[in-house]
Design a protein around this ligand. Structure first.
Ligand code: MF3
Ligand code: CO
Length: 236
């Protein structure tokens, strides 16, 4: 899973470098495909319930699962890139949100707070804690900043499949939920909205947008619980 995670991190790095005005979402998908091919890794997104790409590219009010198309990014956009890789049967999955050129201060804050919520969740992944501890930490970070937490989509276990039990909600109560043990691996993935948290799915059957059109951010890492604490696998 470390090897799969490093491939995902390389996809992120290469795509992040390309996030300039004028680049299309399909250009970004092609970069992801190139890294997978060079590393001899397989995409866990491509073909998943018929999904047609190796990345999700979710712009502005799109929360998750945006399908790459010929849309070109423009200065001021924010875009969430979610992708994964499979190496020798083991999966990695991670996402980040970034701005294109100069972005407004509130979008910057939304991105940074969601990133901080991911970190606040990850540090809860120690043997003996509960998933409710993680959910409460993530939720608290987002809501204290005045943003809202998406409820309809959650993190997940991950291993020899991209999505394994249990669900990993980005909300909850301390002391509740499944107990965390060394050896567990979780995809932690907070999704936050600038205004309301309600979402809807567009007619393409994939694209999840905020119901009120406000912007959203999404960050994700694949994290192993070890005897020495959490180990983030989707880093270079
Ligand atoms: N990576 C997403 C998740 O974090 C799932 C993407 S579904 C796909 O769980 F079809 F787009 F691959
Ligand atoms: Co995931």
């Amino acid at each position: 899973m470390r090897r799969a995670g490093r491939v995902v991190a390389e996809m992120h790095d290469r795509i992040r470098e390309a996030l300039h005005p004028g680049v299309t979402l399909l250009d970004l998908d092609a970069i992801g495909r190139d890294v997978l091919a060079r590393r001899g890794a397989r995409s866990n997104f491509l073909g998943y319930h018929g999904y047609p790409a190796v990345i999700c590219a979710s712009v502005n009010e799109v929360v998750v699962h945006g399908i790459p198309d010929r849309r070109a990014l423009v200065e001021g956009d924010i875009v969430s890139i979610d992708c994964g890789a499979v190496v020798d049967g083991y999966h990695g999955d991670a996402a980040f949100t970034a701005g294109v050129g100069e972005i407004d201060a509130e979008s910057r804050r939304l991105i940074d707070v969601t990133r901080a919520a991911l970190d606040a969740g990850i540090v809860e992944l120690v043997s003996g804690s509960r998933l409710g501890d993680l959910g409460a930490a993530v939720q608290g970070t987002i809501e204290r900043a005045g943003f809202s937490v998406v409820r309809e989509y959650v993190g997940h276990g991950i291993g020899t499949a991209m999505h394994e039990p249990p669900d990993v909600p980005n909300f909850g109560k301390r002391g509740r939920g499944k107990r965390v043990a060394a050896g567990d691996v979780y995809a932690v993935e907070p999704m936050a909205c600038a205004q309301g948290s309600a979402t809807r799915v567009l007619d393409d059957g994939w694209t999840v947008v905020t119901a009120d059109g406000s912007r959203a951010a999404h960050w994700e890492h694949t994290v192993a619980v070890t005897d020495d604490g959490p180990e983030v696998l989707t880093l270079p």
